[in-house]
Each structure stands twice: as C-alpha cells, then as structure tokens.
Design a protein around this ligand. Sequence first.
Ligand SMILES: [Zn+2]
Length: 358
Amino acid sequence: MLEKKELEFLEELLITPSPTGYESGGQRVWMEYISDYSDKVESDSYGSAIGKLEVNPDVMTVMLEAHADEIGMVVQHIDDKGFVFINKLGGSDSTIARARKVFVHSKKGRVSGVTGNTAIHLQDNKNGGGKQPSWKDIYVDIGATNKEEALEMIQIGDPITYTEELEFLNDDVISARALDNRIGGFVIAQAMKRLSKKRKKLAVNVLALNSVQEEVGGFGARMMSYRHMPDAALVTDVTHATDSPGIDNREHGLVKMGEGPTVQHGGANHPKIVDLLEEVAENNKIKIQHEATSIRTGTDTDSIFYQRTGIPSALVSIPIRYMHSPVETASLKDLELLIQLMTEAVLAMKPDQTFSVL
Ligand SMILES: [Zn+2]
C-alpha cells in the first residue's frame, strides 16, 4: 500500500500548478523525486522529463509514460474596468467555470481571483442568465479597479488554474483538480521506485517519461518517444469511471472507480502487450477492468505507438469521476493496483522480448 511519504509526494504534485504549456514547476517536483530512483534524469527543451534505469545497453528498453500537464485557462483580454477575460487551455468546460476561485499564475507570483457570476436576482438574458456560458462569457475579478492596475499584477498569456487542492472524501477516495494527469506522473514514479529496489530481478532497461502538452495534442510524448525510441511503452492516463449517475453504459461502457485500472483493447494498444498485462494481472491477482478503443485512445498512446517504425504500446488507465472538472475523483486502491501492474509487467519482460503479432 501507499506510504505516508508517497502520499505527501502525490499532494505536492497536485498542488503544484502544471497547466498545459506551463508545466515547469510541476516537472521540477517530479524530476527531483524520481532522481532518487533513476540512474539518469533528463529533460528536453519543452520540459518533458525522463528518469532512466539502465540495466544493460544490449537489452530492450520499456518506457512508462504519463502526461504532466493539466487543463486550465489563460488570460486573453483585460477590459478598461480591470475585468480579466479568459480562454481555455486544453479541454476545460465553460459550463462549470462561473463562481469559482482561481489563481492567475503571473511572473510576479500567484494572484487570487474569482470568476464572476451575476447574482440570481439580477440575471436576465443579456448577462447570460439561465443559459450555459461559453468562454467569452467567463471573466475573472482580481479586485483591480481598472486595466492599468490589473496589468501591474498580471499580463495577457498568464495561465490560470482552479484553487482546488487535495481532499480526502474518506481513507480511499480522493478529489482534486488535475488528477488528470498528475496521478499518472505519481504512478510511474512509484513504479520506478519499486523497480529500482528490485533492480537485480530487472531484465530490461526502464525509462519513465512525464510528457508536456498532452491536453493540446500529445506533443511532448511525440517529441520524447521519437528521441528515445523505446522498444515498448506502457502508457497511463485517466479514464472515465462511468458508475456515477446519468451516464448511459450502453453508450460509454461500464468502468467502476475502485475496481482496478483498465486495460484497453484495440487500436494503438498492441495485442501482445495487452496479453502480457492480462497474464501479469492474473498471475499476481491484480484486479483489472477492460475497455474497448473505438478509433483513438485520446491519450499519449496515440502519439507514441506510430513513431518512426512503430513502438508496441498499451494503455492502462485509472478510472476517475468528473473528468476535466476541479473535483476529479479517484480511488487510491486503483493507483496502488496500477503501480503493481506496471511494476510486475516490467519485471515479466525478457531482455530479448519481441512483440511480433504474426
Ligand atoms: Zn489526461
């Protein structure tokens, strides 16, 4: 099970803002942690970071991957009265963006703000009463009385995050903004920790990659997998737990929070790696769930598997409720099971492992 120190690291990852395109703060936290469990730590020019366990230069390398960025918002325009108009970074949902506490992350420091919400008594059609807002309707009030005053605190292009941090709903269920995908970075770091402690049993090289800019197109993973060209990849991201009210399981399948990570089948997910994951889960009694990929996985797996001549890859996901909201919710049990699955899958790999399907 997860230790207290490990949960402290999880909390640090979650409270350090890492909006897409502005991940450096979070990446520093991750690199520092993983340096204790890696032979080498590196980053590229855009800030994707890796930790490596180098067992033998002549054997295959498996990559564990997660994306480091979180969705957010960005300052787009400041009007004469000092109100700050914003746009989304990645797939943020404008319909839940009113009446929220936010932080604007400026070069001078963190500025507190709230997204305005016209009082119910004053609402009419003109100020958006009764209708779902789009991003042009959302503005942040940072307490400034005019544009000049606002510009002394922030500037156009500053990223914005919600203020939600880590909340334990009980001993097992956590809620926070940015579980997508700070928990992925946490999981691959813990897998590296366990693998580094079992180094003598390790037959392959391991590379843990925490990639930037997944939420806007999987760019960091693309750059880094092209650069390092691992022989196989295990990718982790969040997936939709579809066990909360109002979700049609005929349309979206049934994935339950707390019932184990999901293994995805089809598309970019290489059948031999999927077989290996299922075998490892069975042998080690690790509970897993199953998901079908329709066209794309919607994760960094889509960026990794077709690099150069192809990297056999598979996606293993953590079910979360309320994805892309400030109250994303997950079970620590699923995190622990995924760490076990990734660790055991790497330990089961042979130095000359091949993944030919024919
Ligand atoms: Zn994600």
